[in-house]
Design a protein around this ligand. Structure first.
Ligand SMILES: [Zn+2]
Length: 136
């Protein structure tokens, strides 16, 4: 028997609280995947001096989308737990629209939409996807 759910579990759950905070909200993982593309990353790493940003915007961690005041703070961050955790999260490829469609059977492996007419065709598709599942 599973443990009974306590009432008001939100109040003491740090993860839920943090997820709802917006004050120190950083970029989402998907946006960062975009930033990590060489052309974008280069631009972010070599920004112009900006008086509004910490350290004039010269010490930026692309993975964490954070600015640091000094070179020392930035290099220390690279050795830290938060940064390493972020690297682990970024190793996974972003979830794409194609994947989502494949999951519900809207497209096939070769990106062609499943034809709505013709039951035989649909049957064939499920058969091939099942074979693929077994192969994996
Ligand atoms: Zn970082």
């Amino acid at each position: 028997m599973p443990p009974q759910r306590r009432s008001r579990t939100h109040k003491n759950n740090k993860a839920i609280k943090k997820a709802h905070r917006t004050r120190r909200r950083t970029k989402d993982i998907l946006t960062i995947h975009e930033d990590l593309k060489p052309e974008n990353a280069d631009k972010l790493k070599h920004q112009e001096l900006d008086a509004d940003l910490p350290g004039l915007g010269q010490h930026y961690c692309v993975e964490c989308s954070r600015y640091f005041i000094t070179e020392k703070a930035a290099t220390e961050h690279l050795r830290g737990k938060a940064h390493k955790k972020r690297l682990r999260e970024l190793k996974e490829a972003p979830y794409t629209q194609a994947e989502a469609e494949a999951a519900v059977g809207l497209t096939t492996e070769n990106r062609r939409p499943v034809s709505s007419s013709g039951g035989i065709d649909a049957k064939k598709n499920t058969a091939t996807s099942m074979a693929l599942d077994q192969a994996l």
